[in-house]
Each structure stands twice: as C-alpha cells, then as structure tokens.
Design a protein around this ligand. Sequence first.
Ligand code: FAD
Length: 394
Amino acid sequence: MAEPIRIIVDKCVGCGLCIKVCAYDAVSLVDKMAVLNERCTVCGACVSACKYDAIVIERRPFKGQDVESYSGICIFAENRHGALSSVVYEIIGAARELKVSLDKKISAILLGEKVREMADELISYGVDEVWMMEDSAIGDFNEEIQADLVAKILLDKKPEIFLGGGTIIGRSLLPRVAARILTGLTADCTELSIDGDNKLLKQTRPAFGGNIMATILCDSHRPQMATVRHKVMKAAEPLEGPHEGQILELSYPVLKPRVEVLEFVPEEMDTVNLADADFIVSGGRGLKDPKNFSLIEGLAKAIGGAVGASRAAVDAGWIPYSHQVGQTGKTVNPTIYVACGISGAIQHLAGMKSSDIIVAINNDPSAPIFNVAHYGIVGSLFDVVPEMAKQIKG
Ligand SMILES: Cc1cc2nc3c(=O)[nH]c(=O)nc-3n(C[C@H](O)[C@H](O)[C@H](O)COP(=O)(O)OP(=O)(O)OC[C@H]3O[C@@H](n4cnc5c(N)ncnc54)[C@H](O)[C@@H]3O)c2cc1C
C-alpha cells in the first residue's frame, strides 16, 4: 500500500458501508469489524463513505523517489482482438531511438487473454524483455483491471521511462496508472528524446492550441511517463536478423471491476480505420444536413479512403465521434486529406495538418483551411464532390 490506511476499532460499528463502496473487494467484516486485505489500493472510497470516521489514511509528505533505482525503457503493448495496435510499432520506434542515447534495455508490458504470439512479435521488433500476463480474466480492455496490473508491474520492475499510445485506450489507462504510482504524465507527445546532460526524458507536445511546442521534464518522480500521439512518430520495422529477447510470465491477482464488458459491437459504418488510412475525405458543417455525408462517403469510396469529420459535424450528431479529426478527435497523417465544407479551425488543423497533401473544397475563398491546403477549390461542395467522385471512378 502506498500510504498507511487503518481502521479505528473504537469507532467502527460494522455497518458494512465500506464494503459496498470498495471496488477492489478489499474490505470484509470479521467479528462485526471492518478489516482490510492486500487488495486495498488506498483509493479512499471507504474513508469518504464511513459515517463514523472509523477509517483514516495517514498521508505521508512526499520526499521524492529514489530515482536511481529505476532503469530502462518500458512500453505498453496495447492490443485488441488478438493483435497489437498499430501505435505500438510507433512507440517501439521511439523507444529504439531513446535506447541509442540511454543504452538501457527496452521492455514491454503485454496483458490479455491470448497474447503469447504478440510477445514473440514484440521481440522481433527489438523489445528485449516482455513482461507478459496471459489470463482469461483480463479479456477485453477494462481500464480498472489493466491500470491496477500495470501499476503493480511498474512498481515491481521499476523502469525509468514508461510509454503508451495516445489512443482511446492509452488516454484512459495511463492517467490512472500515473495517479496510482504518484508520477507525472505528458499526454500526446509528438517528440521524445534524451537530455544529453541529465539523461532525463524530454517530452515534447503542442501547447496552447498548437501555437507553441512545450518540452516537459519529470525529474523527481519515476517512471517518466508519456503517451505518444498516433501517426506522428515513424513506425519501427522488424529487426534484420534474430534478436535475443526474454518473455517473463507474470502473475498478479486480477481485481473485480465495477464495469463489466457484456459484448463488443463493431461500428457498422463501412469505413477503414481513420488513424491508419492513406486517403481521408472529411465533411464539416458546410454539408448542412447529415444525409449529405453520403457525398463524402461516395468520394471516399471512389478513392478507397476513410470518412472523417469536423467536430461541428460530430456535435450536430451527423456522424459518430469515432470519425472526428482534430485536437479532441483523432490525429491523422494520410497521403491525401480532402476537407469538404470545413473552415479550418486551429483545433481541426491540429489533427490533420501533417497530411502529405491537403485538398480543400470551400465556397468561401477566405476560409483558413486554404492557408494549409496544397490544392484549394473555391466552390460549392455539392457540385465539386460528386464531380470529383465521378471523374475518379471514370
Ligand atoms: C477545446 C476545443 C477542442 C476542439 N476540438 C476540435 C476537433 O478535434 N476537431 C474539430 O474539427 N474541431 C474542434 N473544435 C471546434 C473548432 O473550433 C471548430 O468549431 C470546428 O472545427 C468547426 O467545424 P467546421 O469547419 O465543420 O464548421 P464551420 O467552422 O462552421 O465551417 C463550415 C465551413 O463550410 C463552408 N461551407 C458552407 N457551405 C458550403 C458549401 N456549399 N460548399 C463548400 N463549403 C461550404 C463555410 O464556408 C465554412 O468555411 C474544438 C474546439 C474547442 C474549443
């Protein structure tokens, strides 16, 4: 336990409220008295719930960690439905570059039901040690279970750097882990490097709406944690020739989550994964009506691409959030990005401006999207988009 937590026996009346609120099955009644077990994470839920002030946490002032006892680079091997997420290859690419400056091993935390093959794959990409926990109780991603396991593994193994993907899973998991193990987290980094003087991880990310780049250091807490923005760093290729790696099979108790995943239902839209797409056609408020997304889908189909959207279109309920491109949506990096009826607000640009070729279709010649577009078409999307689709099909 990170902090001492205790039951004050004179005050406990054995009402059981603490048992009801505990998500970790960490409290039971023995002789009508609350008793804590080793599952307790000192989350404090029982302290707030107790009407009799019978549970207390004695918070210790933080005196800094023994940073010297932490070593190596660890990555989170995010996986779903039997495969590593594409961001993992990008994180390995970043970790391999950090390894050159730091000269420490790369490890990976791999959790899931059937993940053994992925462990071998990680090694073929240059991971030196895979900390694997294969357990049917882990199953589909559940942030409560995985945050608990990742925190325990990090506390035991003590890597100095821990990296995850800036994906929906990574954004949900890593903050929980950071809070549990009392360290910082830089979200959505676009660049990582090692400071030549003090060997600290330099974590760089856009700040203030993308107007400046901030480089963040975490000097007195470990591990130094960062999520990596998807599609920004170059994906690693498998190493040429064999690589000696080790797979360590770990075993920890899996906690009982408060949320149960009943079923996984894939989204029905006939589109490819946005973040991995080479061609994207996006629609914005200029479409005026949800049914007009059929024009965007028509062009996307013609060029074999995916459908994206601005937040205005998503907020209007015209298309699901999973299609949103931008600061609060997905970051994409396709070969061609076609923006239709999108003004080019800075928050939208944050998610697509690194596309190789940007084509903008807008009837307002002063729309800011034209400032980043390589090709601009001033005209109504209702004329231009179907014509483009027709010409491409032809
Ligand atoms: C904290 C924060 C986070 C945000 N995150 C995101 C994000 O992740 N992604 C995002 O997209 N936005 C985001 N936004 C919102 C962003 O600021 C803009 O409001 C949004 O991008 C506007 O969407 P739009 O371009 O579709 O709509 P508008 O700005 O209304 O632009 C519509 C465009 O369509 C054009 N148009 C109209 N009719 C036609 C026609 N017939 N043919 C061609 N063009 C036409 C107009 O000239 C106009 O340029 C965020 C905002 C905040 C504050």
